[in-house]
Design a binder for this molecule. Structure first.
Ligand code: RB5
Length: 145
């Protein structure tokens, strides 16, 4: 299951991503906002996305705000979440291969739509690199060793 969330700064891109994923027949849960509300706070949508991602190991999250910074800061407060702020397809690939990211964060005001959609596809289709050095580094980064 892929959990989506955004505030007003990411709303348009989040809607486009949801449609893009649904067209591919992927299972998507939209955690909101479900309407454009320029007074909403990105934090309202991070918690349900995080809860969904943590409920099954293979679940993924996609969070969008204006810059992607706020949602990535908020998501990374949660143990077990590895949220990566991504600006390109290469960032998305490396976020999976080297960092085993389970949440993709995007800046709706700064990333072009076609780049964002390609980054989403890459994020969902790429596995972590099996080289133990990446496992070791992420265990250290997440305070597991
Ligand atoms: C909202 O205006 C904006 O501050 C928010 O979407 C995000 O960019 C925060 O990091």
């Amino acid at each position: 299951m892929i959990y989506l969330g955004s505030d007003h700064g990411g709303f348009a891109l989040k809607e486009t991503i949801r449609q893009h994923l649904e067209k591919q027949g992927l299972a998507v849960t939209d955690c909101g906002n479900t309407v454009y509300d320029d007074a909403d706070d990105f934090t309202s949508f991070v918690t349900p996305v995080v809860q969904g991602v943590l409920s099954q190991p293979d679940n993924r999250g996609i969070l969008v705000c204006g810059t992607g910074i706020g949602v990535s800061i908020a998501a990374n407060h949660h143990v077990g979440i590895r949220a990566a702020l991504v600006h390109s397809v290469d960032y998305a690939r490396l976020a999976r291969q080297h960092n085993n990211a389970n949440v993709l964060c995007l800046g709706g005001r700064f990333v072009e739509e076609h780049v964002a959609l390609a980054a989403v596809d890459t994020f969902l289709q790429t596995e972590m690199d099996t080289n133990p050095k990446y496992q070791r580094r992420m265990a250290l980064a997440c305070g597991e060793k």
